[in-house]
Design a protein around this ligand. Sequence first.
Ligand code: GLN
Length: 385
Amino acid sequence: MNPLFASLPTTIFEVMSGLARETGAINLGQGFPEDAGPEDVRRKAAEALIDGYNQYPPMLGLPELRQAIAAHYQRFQGLDLDWQREVMVTSGGTEALAGAILGLIEPGDEVVLFQPMYDAYLPLVKLAGGVPKFVTLQPPHWRFTEEQLAAAFSPKTKLVLLNNPINPTATVFARNDLEMLARFVTKSDAIVVADEVWEHIVFDGREHVSVLSIPALRERAVKIGSAGKIFSLTGWKVGFVCAAEPILKVLAKSHQFLTFTTPPNLQVAVAYGLGKDDAYFAEMRAGFAGKRDRFAKGLTERGFSVLPAQGTYFLTVDIAPLGETDDVAFSQRLVLEAGVATIPVSAFYDRDAVRTVLRFCFAKRDETLDEALRRLETVAIRRNS
Ligand code: GLN
């Protein structure tokens, strides 16, 4: 067996969801919305399944979806993508990530990663033989500095894995952060793989800045998006990659032997969904922002120190003021004693983990959030007293 996988623990998302199922806890751990998702998009998929074509679609994705992706990113992010040469459909963001990492590095190449990092990144880098170099971000701002980048980059850096907005910290990098990063990427002649799956879920008037909109990165970046996140249909596993033609050609080669294609009916529905009017996307964002505010207020009233949440389905809480020093132990107690499942943020580190931050998913019905708050009523007060 491959020791890399044989020695890996089960993902924290599966562990916490399993505990929530066993104990009947409210699951604010794994990030998935409780809402069923837009009915018109789901109906399109159902119609396409019954009346449409169900054999292999083109390997790069249905032309109508690839065109819709290019048009969508032109409309929302001002990107100028050639749908025939620069856009490919994948089976979810995770396949896109795996394909990019496997396709773009060779054993011994250095890969810069930002901790905390989504849990799939490091095993995929190791599988490809990459040598990880970490930049550790610190709460409450979770930003990188020039000195940190200078320490992590070298002439051997071939790839940088960036998540923006970041899961789990719920923060958003600004244009000047990306421009600073671009200077190091260019100097090392590296490529950035940017997991931008949370691009539509940014709050308080913030703008999502894609790596492909930074001129120095236009020809040396891979942008990854996900219909699962855009439409709150996380089980669909329809993702997309956008990159300059020489990069996309290689990504197509890795894609052809990972999943080859993605269910055609879902592609038809996503193409339709990406064309929905601006109001739909604005309302979705406002809906999530409202839930964030409701839940953050409730947690604050109950004595929790809520960190700023600028985007994603998540908000984080600093448990150090409660005298807690071990997020894993605290999250176990919360699920068993209070009946609320969360994710300990230390699970997103390889080393030097911050051990005093918990992640809550607020993409739930108001009643669910209120019941979770009721269950958390006495937890912080008990610890504060
Ligand atoms: N993206 C989801 C989260 O962060 C988890 C997906 C998974 O369970 N692999 O919660």
